[in-house]
Design a protein around this ligand. Sequence first.
Ligand code: HEM
Length: 223
Amino acid sequence: MAIHLSSLRSPTQTFVQRTKWLLILLGMLPLARLAVGFPLSWLGANPIEFITRSTGTWTIAGIAITLSITPLRKLLNWPWLIRLRRTAGLLAFFYACLHFTTYLWFDRFFDVDDVIKDIIKRPFITVGFAAFVLLIPLAVTSKNSIIKKLGARLWQRIHYLIYLIAVLAVIHYWWLVKKDITQPVIYASVFAVLLGLRVVWKMRSTRTRVKLAAPPVTKGSRS
Ligand code: HEM
């Protein structure tokens, strides 16, 4: 009797797969809004500024969502959540590419000299560009075959870059807003909580490991 492959898949796998597709679908909604809104003139008086800001917002939000997956997985005890992290990270990278392309195309008209001058001259562009460049190795090394080639330790080291990227993203946002710093402060606080939780968990696990490694204190062992 032939066994259908799908019957060998656990319900959790199917559920995770569906949730992944749902995440991709939700992740495409901001792009759909821009794609529909642009020809229909829904994006206000300055549609290019609207697109730049929208794609920038979804990049930083994507980074925050990606960084929140591990804490949520631990707090909710949902181990499967980890399998959505790569999708969330790639969506953030996708919006970063759209954000940079909008700038390159509609703001600088593909004038590379002008772009280089702008990166050097305007500090908020410098840090935004640095954040974007640092996202590239994370996206490139997200494939399973590359993770295997690199080994878990090196892969983990490369992916620690996400913390630096989060800091640079907040600085980029903070420096570009003229007066109202509410949004960058909100993102800074979210990142501080997400990074703080990791530091606390790391310290706890190190302490537990030290305790387990220490030899038990027996009577007469003290001098
Ligand atoms: C990880 C990388 C990046 C993140 C997270 C990011 C995020 C953001 C955010 C949140 C905004 C403001 C959105 C708003 O006003 O509501 C923004 C605006 C902007 N970003 Fe980025 N950005 C990144 C990379 C870049 C790069 C590489 C460039 C160009 C080289 C760039 C150029 C701009 C420009 C020109 C604006 C609009 C400034 C204005 O309206 O005055 N960004 N970005």
